[in-house]
Design a protein around this ligand. Structure first.
Ligand code: TXA
Ligand code: MG
Length: 354
């Protein structure tokens, strides 16, 4: 299949943006697939109410078909067309955080095919903050089912290059709208439980949500720092190997000095064995390393910088065929929790405590 790549630059006039999105709208209305930017990560979109489009999404990603998709909408009121039994607290939350990096899970209406929800009676819904994404949904008049636009298991895409690497020739169109500003997938909260429950951590933290709707639960699988087979993740996607680079990823945890010393020891050992070794460090620690390929992920003083570069840095190491990537660990509060949740999964929970 020929994949059309269309770039939408920041300085584009409205009419040029609309022209590009008209093409996307045609593709979506014809049951095709369009990868598009969102503020979290790039999405791989298809018509959520067209079961065949959803099947195509699973196929292009190589994703297990029991792993449901998120439906992207452009108007608050549209939740009522695809979901039922919507509690008041869900409205309070979306009024506060939409458009933005928050996905809510509700009971689905009949109109949503089971292919889109991985066979579940519930549906995940989000209104993205990215203008291109919302405009595409508006112009196409389609509810857009979209998982992250990566091949299943690989790091999520935060720029069009990542999507091109994974999806070229497999989908109809890729919209290049620059970098995803946040870089981590949305927070997911399930309103079909008696107490609303966070299934995936993200930019919108548990405390921010509590401030709006009071008591919530956090799925134990979210906070787990180890693989625990007894903890069955409620978001089906969270049980699969995820976000992984091709090389082996190892996380060192402990006090900063010890972490740096031990990372260098391992790096030197592996380099001596002829391996290509990468180190992920921060602005604060970069000068302490003197071996291996060093990449700075961001600053500990501003964890947003770390979040926005996490997936990109893993793919950069892949591009240079890095055998072993060793990383420092990050804080486990607020945004740090979302970062560590993804990093641990990317590493297959391969951690060393020093
Ligand atoms: O930020 C995001 O959410 C991005 C952008 C593109 O919007 N999308 C995204 O989609 O991360 P995906 O498919 O990569 O992750 C969706 C997660 C999966 O873990 C899936 O299992 C879970 O949401 N999910 C979807 N529907 C669900 C449902 N009805 N019940 C429980 N979990 C659900
Ligand atoms: Mg994903």
């Amino acid at each position: 299949m020929k994949t059309l790549i269309v770039e939408i630059k920041e300085d584009f006039k409205d009419e040029d943006i609309e022209k590009a999105l008209d093409k996307a709208a045609k593709v979506l209305n014809n049951g095709g697939l369009v990868a598009f930017p969102t503020e979290t990560v790039y999405g791989l979109g298809g018509n959520a109410l067209d079961r065949n489009a959803s099947k195509k999404i699973y196929q292009a990603k190589g994703r297990p078909s029991d792993n449901p998709l998120i439906i992207h909408i452009a108007n608050h009121a549209d939740i009522e067309r695809i979901a039922k039994n919507i509690p008041k607290s869900a409205y309070s939350l979306i009024n506060k955080f939409w458009p933005g990096p928050l996905t809510i899970i509700l009971n689905k209406k009949e109109i949503v095919p089971s292919e889109t929800t991985g066979g579940l009676d519930t549906v995940a819904i989000r209104m993205p903050d990215n203008k291109i994404a919302r405009k595409m949904i508006e112009i196409s008049k389609v509810f857009v089912a979209a998982p992250s636009a990566n091949t299943s298991g690989r790091p999520s895409p935060t720029k069009a290059k990542h999507v091109i690497d994974d999806m070229m020739g497999k989908i109809d169109m890729i919209i290049d709208g620059g970098n995803s500003t946040l870089g981590l997938e949305s927070t997911i909260i399930d309103f079909t439980e008696e107490v609303p429950t966070i299934l995936r951590p993200g930019f919108i933290t548990a405390d921010q949500i509590r401030n709006v709707i009071g008591k919530i639960n956090v799925d134990p699988a979210v906070e787990s720092l180890v693989v625990d087979c007894n903890l069955k993740a409620k978001a089906p996607g969270m049980k699969y190997k995820h976000y992984a680079p091709k090389g082996e990823l190892i996380i060192y945890q402990g006090t900063q000095d010890k972490v740096i010393k031990n990372i260098m020891e391992l790096a030197n050992k592996k380099i001596a064995e002829g391996k290509t070794v990468g180190i992920i460090c921060t602005e604060e620690t970069k000068d302490k390393y003197n071996c291996a390929i060093i990449k700075v992920i961001g600053s500990r003083k501003d964890e947003k910088t770390i979040a926005s570069r996490l997936y990109s840095i893993l793919r950069e190491f892949d591009d240079i065929n890095t055998d072993i990537i060793i990383t420092e660990n990050f804080s486990d509060n607020d945004l740090g929790q979302a970062i560590m949740n993804r990093l641990l999964k990317a590493a297959g929970y391969n951690t060393v405590q020093v």
